[in-house]
Unconditional design. Structure first.
Length: 362
């Protein structure tokens, strides 16, 4: 964990700590063992447009694992990591999406996730193979999870501001994973010509499809052999070698091994982190935009702004005041509300409305 208590994978936490001047604040509203997106024991529902099943949660996402993370999982001999290690061994043994760059997702998983309404968080058929059905549902590869799982939160302490920061971190780590996986494979001695055939094509029309056998849960032996070359049959050996190659890398080492896109992503993370730590109110505010998910009996409404997972309930009394925020100086608007309506709005509450997009700064 970082000093602020925010869990990050063991490999990535020191890199983010070196990049940023202060720890990323804890996202305490997002919980796992008692999922914030599931109904509570007393029947209370989350502030969202739909709920998750307790035995699925956000684990309907199946991660792509870069080669060095696969190796770190396979060599993790902690008894607590045994279930996760077995699940990764099973993915490697199955052969579907197994390349020198890491473990890809089976094509059927993405197909189902894209086309099934509200499948995320609900479909047991999509549940991640690394899910451990203990203590309310655990992740078997938690210490070595990849960019998306490492940065996913259903709710944020500062709404869109927190979301934007963690999206920036996700894009940075994903870029690092792509570049480091390729660098590790090259340094381990994989034929560069074979690796070139595994790289994504800029032209989607030129991108190769996946073998039909993968739709049935099996690899095409010829395609697999061609992708691995001299390493065919030594897949685990390569993954372990790649894990060794990232051991001890500091953030400057990562930058030196990755391309310029990583440096650009890192700058975006720094900027988003600065915004996350800045709680000042803008000099001028305007009413923002939102979608109405539901109306309430008291005349208020449930508003969706940046995410359907983290809606915000607005009382009728507040909705009536929003037009007052018309771009005039914030102090002038607040004084007018006190004088004409006897309403005193707390700066922290205004900051929340701004963070959720109900208000917009100028």
């Amino acid at each position: 964990m970082t000093p602020a208590g925010q869990p990050l994978p063991d490999l990535y936490a020191p890199w983010l700590a070196a990049l940023l001047p202060a720890p990323i604040p804890l996202e305490a509203r997002a919980t796992c063992r008692e999922c914030a997106m599931c109904p509570k024991a007393d029947g209370a529902l989350p502030t969202a447009t739909y709920v998750f099943k307790p035995d699925v949660k956000c684990c309907a996402f199946l991660p792509r694992l870069p080669n060095f993370l696969v190796g770190r999982i396979l060599r993790d001999d902690d008894p607590a990591a045994a279930a996760g290690r077995r699940s990764v061994e099973a993915r490697v043994a199955a052969g579907v999406g197994v390349t020198p760059l890491g473990l890809d997702r089976p094509p059927l998983h993405d197909l189902h996730l894209r086309h099934a309404i509200d499948a995320f968080g609900n479909s047991r058929a999509l549940r991640c193979p690394h899910y451990v059905d203990e203590d309310g549902g655990l992740c078997g590869i938690w210490r070595h999870r990849e960019a998306t799982c490492a940065t996913w939160f259903c709710r944020f302490e500062r709404g869109r501001v927190g979301f934007d920061l963690w999206q920036a971190v996700k894009h940075l780590l994903a870029e690092v994973e792509r570049d480091l996986a390729l660098r590790c494979a090259l340094d381990a001695g994989v034929d560069p010509g074979l690796l070139a055939g595994l790289l994504p094509q800029e032209d989607a029309a030129a991108s190769a499809g996946r073998p039909w056998q993968e739709l049935e849960g099996a690899p095409d032996p010829g395609v697999h052999a061609a992708a691995w070359g001299a390493w065919a049959g030594r897949e685990v050996e390569l993954y372990l070698r790649c894990a060794d190659l990232v051991d001890g890398l500091g953030w400057p080492d990562v930058l030196s091994r990755c391309g310029p896109r990583v440096a650009a992503r890192a700058a975006a993370v720094q900027a988003a982190h600065a915004r996350r730590l800045d709680a000042r109110l803008p000099a001028r505010l305007r009413a923002g935009g939102f979608q109405v998910a539901a109306t309430r009996r008291d005349g208020g409404l449930r508003a969706v702004t940046y995410s359907p997972f983290d809606a915000i309930d607005l009382p009728a009394s507040l909705i009536a005041l929003l037009p007052a925020f018309d771009g005039r100086p914030t102090d002038e608007v607040l004084e007018g509300l006190r004088r004409d309506h006897g309403v005193e709005l707390d700066p922290g509450f205004l900051r929340q409305l701004l963070d959720w997009g109900v208000l917009a700064g100028e």
